[in-house]
Write a protein that binds this ligand. Structure first.
Ligand code: SAM
Ligand code: SF4
Length: 326
């Protein structure tokens, strides 16, 4: 069992398969010109499997593949296949641009739930936010997933003045579709031009929703990051992920493995442990995992508090989101 000093049991591992991506979301990519990691520095498919097995032996029963964009990796299919044989619930977070190439494989390997990121319902704004003209493809792929009966959670990062005016359009989409829309507060990472005045907080999101809809609070799942709501009569739900204004660290069960094989015990942890190099040298990886988890801070990586108006983004030690894996 992977337990920290606050008695939190960690059974959920997020594995980043790559820091490469075919989109350029402004809140995720670092500001400066970014060099993707060379392939040799990334975990190879068999190394992903070996490390995942060590975590599973310690009680991890849920794995999410993420990135960068996990589905741009050439051997993503082989990795999905190998991890699907482990006794875990396997899920994926994707930008939706490549799903059409994987639908058969996802069905075959029992992946039933996907988080798809989409921040706008407008093609021109999608281009502005991601610097790539992939809106139609993503919309087609979401349609295809819904038609094929997958459980789709839609991740929407809300930034003030950019897409907060679309909150109710996203909620309208849940009327006839069993979609779970999740509005995510904008978080600070290295080089992402975060400032507190761009955060549209969960209270503001709910206020905006209340202008158009009645809603029933559905609460928060144990270990969940999302406070859920449903508009009466709607097929789907919506939720708010309030990492900045009301974090949910108290019952956190999440661990992270970056694409270059570093373990992070929190999205905002300062330190990381190089499991891949240890594995390559034939050293004991489990003891490194145990040491790492004992250093997990009580909340937000020990780097800031929910008083987000006073955060100086420049003083946070971390990677860019694309190199962590959200
Ligand atoms: N490429 C995939 C995608 O976009 O879904 C997976 C990786 S992406 C880093 C994972 C999630 O992190 C996405 O839903 C993305 O919107 C979210 N994300 C990235 N940067 C963020 C930030 N600064 N604040 C909040 N969420 C962020
Ligand atoms: Fe790529 Fe996902 Fe980051 Fe956008 S959020 S740049 S799609 S990794």
């Amino acid at each position: 069992m992977i337990k920290d000093t606050y008695n939190r049991v960690h059974n959920y591992l997020r594995i980043s398969l790559t820091d490469h991506c075919n989109l350029r979301c402004f809140y995720c990519m670092p500001e400066e010109e970014y060099d993707f990691a060379p392939a040799g520095k990334l975990m190879q498919a068999h190394e992903v499997e070996t490390l995942a097995k060590i975590f599973v032996e310690q009680g991890v029963d849920k794995i999410r593949l993420t990135g960068g964009e996990p589905l741009v990796r050439k051997d993503a299919g082989a990795i999905i296949r190998s991890l699907s044989k482990l006794p875990v619930e396997l899920t994926i977070t994707t930008n939706g641009t490549r799903i059409h190439e994987f639908t058969g494989l996802l069905q075959e390997t029992g992946v039933r739930s996907l988080n798809v990121s989409l921040d706008t319902l407008h093609r021109d704004k999608f281009l502005q936010m991601t610097r790539r003209d992939q809106f139609d493809r993503v919309m087609q792929n979401i349609r295809m997933l819904l038609d094929a009966g997958f459980h789709v959670k839609l991740n929407v990062v809300v930034t003030k003045g950019m897409n907060d005016n679309e909150i109710n359009d996203f909620i309208a989409w849940t009327k006839d579709e069993p979609l779970d829309v999740r509005f995510i507060e904008f978080m600070p990472f290295s080089g992402n031009r975060w400032s507190s005045d761009k955060v549209f907080s969960w209270q503001e999101i709910l206020q905006r929703a209340a202008e158009a809809y009645d809603m029933i609070p559905l609460g928060r799942d144990h270990h969940g990051t999302a406070k859920k709501y449903q508009v009466p009569g709607h097929a789907g739900t919506f939720a708010v992920i309030s990492t900045m204004s009301e974090p949910f660290c108290g019952d956190c069960n999440r661990l992270r493995l970056t694409a270059d094989g570093k373990m992070k015990n929190c999205l905002f942890s300062k330190s990381e442990t190089d499991l891949l190099s240890a594995l390559r040298r034939g050293e004991d990886v489990l003891s490194l995992i145990e040491q790492n988890i004992l250093n997990k801070a009580k909340e937000l990586g020990g780097q800031f508090t929910k008083d987000f108006e006073h955060i100086h983004a420049g003083s946070i030690h971390n990677r860019s989101m694309i190199t962590i894996g959200g």
